[in-house]
Design a protein around this ligand. Structure first.
Ligand SMILES: Cc1ncc(COP(=O)(O)O)c(C=O)c1O
Length: 434
């Protein structure tokens, strides 16, 4: 704090920050995300009208909405098959379950992600192994993936975090060399493109979350698993419905599974939402392009890195703050931004191996399973194993953002960042008055 005071005394000409008693850039709240509209409402009313005449109780096997949603989802993402489930967590569980891993096998995953992408690994009694990331994007570093492969590895889960496609080509190449299936976790990246192709259909399986905060939703909760592999498709469908003998001459259930079925109500909403996805993603890209333009002259604060040949889907904004160029701490910068009227989270601080459930192995009673059951798993040192992920977290702030933002919001974000950088940044030569 003392050093920040000194800065202010030495540089009296810049605009006084709101955190120091100045006028905030923005006082109005950010606009709400109006994801659900009349189209979803009408589709649900129509479904009610049909169910009230035909019966069915919104069960997918008595209706047509879930089947249609699956067909449309697969067509949109360019895969042969899609099977719907009840959440993104269920989608990851189903994708892995369809691969029939043996207990003790290892699944390589991104270290910064939602617990819903990791817990299914543990439910299958497999061992999560975290590869490190590109600290600019938070996404898997292919070299680190290669280094973490062992004879026990059975799959790689590639997360496209925050709507940024991961660098898939080298990861696919490594996976092919080792005959490993790749699951793309697209929970945060609906509609993002890698080298022109929509993510989700590039690996062996794509897993989506369709919860209400995502680019498109099936109404609160939902998920989808897509693939071009027919065998994987049937086993995913079976896994998500208690091992039912779909596409089989057996009469009774084939293997251990869950009941992750989607309902007709969810699919009805999801179908309408899918039609809006293209527009939502485009709008987000346009807004980010405008913001990038407005932030051009900034020196210490930049939008998160975008790798070559990708079109991100921008779930929220990652803003990189170069602490070496500023005379304020990362947290002070975030506080200053909040004081200017912008919603901000100082860090996307979700390094999985740091969370209590993982560190304390709060899994199956007091057993410590699956780690305790496998000597190789007990040898894995997680703490500190992904230093670049930690660096990524500590150098980026999160600014929420969505397609209902307008020009004013973009201008305000840029203005607030500029104002704070000026106050805390390196001194610039005074402008000549002649
Ligand atoms: C990357 C990622 N994977 C998986 C999930 C789990 O999805 P859900 O919340 O729908 O279970 C999420 C949720 O946000 C996520 O962000």
């Amino acid at each position: 704090m003392a050093s920040e005071k000194v800065v202010e005394q030495r540089r009296p000409s810049f605009e006084r920050l709101a955190i120091d008693g100045g006028t905030p850039v923005r006082t109005a709240p950010m606009p709400p995300r109006l994801l659900i509209g009349m189209e979803e409402r009408q589709a649900v009313m129509d479904l009610f009208d049909r169910e009230m005449v035909q019966g069915g109780g919104f069960d997918r096997y008595r209706g047509t909405e879930v089947d249609a949603y699956e067909r449309e989802f697969a067509a949109y993402f360019g895969t042969k098959f899609a099977t719907s489930v009840s959440s993104g967590t269920a989608a990851i569980h189903t994708a892995l379950g369809a691969l029939h891993p043996n207990p003790g096998q290892e699944v390589i995953s991104a270290p910064v992600t939602d617990p819903g992408a990791i817990m299914p690994i543990v439910w299958l009694n497999c061992i999560p192994v975290f590869a490190d990331v590109d600290p600019g994007t938070f996404n898997l570093d292919p070299a680190s993936v290669a280094a973490r492969i062992t004879e026990r590895t059975c799959a790689i889960i590639v997360t496209h975090l925050v709507g940024q496609p991961a660098d898939l080509d080298p990861i696919m190449e490594i996976a092919r060399q080792h005959h490993l299936p790749v699951i793309e976790d697209c929970a945060q990246a609906h509609g993002a493109r890698y080298k022109g192709r929509l993510v989700g259909g590039i690996g062996d399986i794509g897993a989506f979350s369709l919860m209400g905060g995502k680019h498109s939703t099936s109404g609160g909760q939902g998920g989808m698993v897509i693939t071009n592999n027919e065998e994987i498709y049937w086993d995913a469908k079976r896994f998500a419905d208690r091992g039912k003998p779909f596409n089989s001459s057996e009469r009774m259930n084939l293997f251990l599974g869950m009941n992750y079925r989607m309902t007709e109500l969810e699919a009805t909403i999801g179908r309408v939402q899918l039609q809006k996805l293209e527009g939502i993603v485009k709008r987000r890209r346009d807004l980010v392009a405008a913001l990038r333009e407005e932030m051009q002259e900034l020196d210490a604060v930049h939008l998160g890195k975008v790798i070559d040949n990708v079109d991100p889907a921008y779930w929220f904004l990652l803003v990189k703050v170069d602490g070496f160029k500023l005379r304020a701490s990362h947290d002070r910068f975030a506080q200053a931004l909040a004081a200017e009227g912008l919603p901000v989270t100082p860090r996307y601080d979700y390094l999985i191996y740091e969370s209590p459930w993982f560190r304390q192995r709060q899994t199956f009673g007091q057993s410590g399973w699956p780690w305790a059951a496998f000597p190789a798993a007990q040898q894995i040192k997680y703490e500190g194993s992904c230093p670049k992920a930690r660096r990524a977290i500590d150098t980026h702030m999160v600014i929420p953002f969505h397609e209902n933002y307008g020009e004013q919001e973009i201008t305000d974000i840029a203005k607030a960042l500029r104002k704070i950088e000026r106050a805390y940044g390196p001194e610039r030569p005074a402008k000549s008055s002649t």
